[in-house]
Design a protein around this ligand. Structure first.
Ligand SMILES: C[S@@+](CC[C@H](N)C(=O)[O-])C[C@H]1O[C@@H](n2cnc3c(N)ncnc32)[C@H](O)[C@@H]1O
Length: 201
């Protein structure tokens, strides 16, 4: 089972486990962003996505349960002359704010089903009506591949989990299939993922 301490250990060395460039799918959403919007990057680890969003002029909060990861996120933001708010918390038990964010980036945060349901409800609460959720996570077809992802099958996502978890939301994009990852040492090569952009009603 994944723990915050295990993630602290992974992040304790030098370098960036998933690189310091943003996730490609998030990057592809640049046209949907505007300076001044507020964003939450959940499970943001070493901050590559939150810091990139801050670089687009958004006001960003990065949440992760690894303080070591978020320290690196802060250092990355500082090195780029950007502001980043960080919150060390478990996404499953965080006191999610109400209608606070225009965008939530949910990039490779894989949670056990009960925790995923809590975080999904939290995302619903924290997004403003009309706000966007951008998600990329590994799908069941990733099992056995060496390009990254959790070992436990119940942590993986598929289209149905997105559709049921965010029922009633407008689906702007939803795909499940193969992509080629080039994201630091931990995400390299052909990978099977779910990608989605959803709008909160
Ligand atoms: C695969 S990494 C992805 C990091 C980052 N999103 C990226 O794409 O570079 C997963 C991240 O989720 C965090 N995480 C896992 N479970 C969490 C939880 N329950 N609450 C908060 N963060 C969690 C880990 O600490 C880790 O930083």
């Amino acid at each position: 089972m994944s723990t915050s301490l295990a993630w602290d250990e992974r992040y304790a060395g030098g370098g960036f486990q998933f690189g310091d460039a943003p996730n490609e799918y998030l990057l592809a959403q640049a046209r949907r962003l505007r300076p001044g919007l507020s964003a939450l990057a959940i499970g943001d680890g070493e901050g590559r996505n939150g810091v990139w969003l801050a670089g687009q002029g958004l006001e960003v909060t990065s949440l992760d349960w690894s303080p070591v990861g978020l320290e690196k996120a802060q250092a990355l933001a500082k090195a780029r002359g950007l502001r980043l708010q960080t919150v060390v918390a478990d996404a499953a038990s965080w006191d999610w704010p109400e209608a606070r964010f225009d965008l939530i980036a949910w990039i490779y945060l894989h949670l056990p089903p009960a925790d995923r349901a809590r975080a999904t409800a939290g995302a619903h609460q924290a997004l403003k009506p009309g706000g966007l959720l951008v998600l990329e996570c590994f799908s069941p077809a990733q099992q056995g591949r060496r390009s990254g992802g959790p070992k436990l099958p119940e942590l993986l996502w598929d289209r149905g989990i997105v559709e049921r978890g965010f029922e009633g939301w407008e689906i702007l994009e939803l795909t499940e299939g193969a992509v080629r990852l080039d994201e630091g040492p931990r995400h390299q090569g052909l990978a099977e993922v779910v990608r989605a952009v959803l709008r909160r009603p």
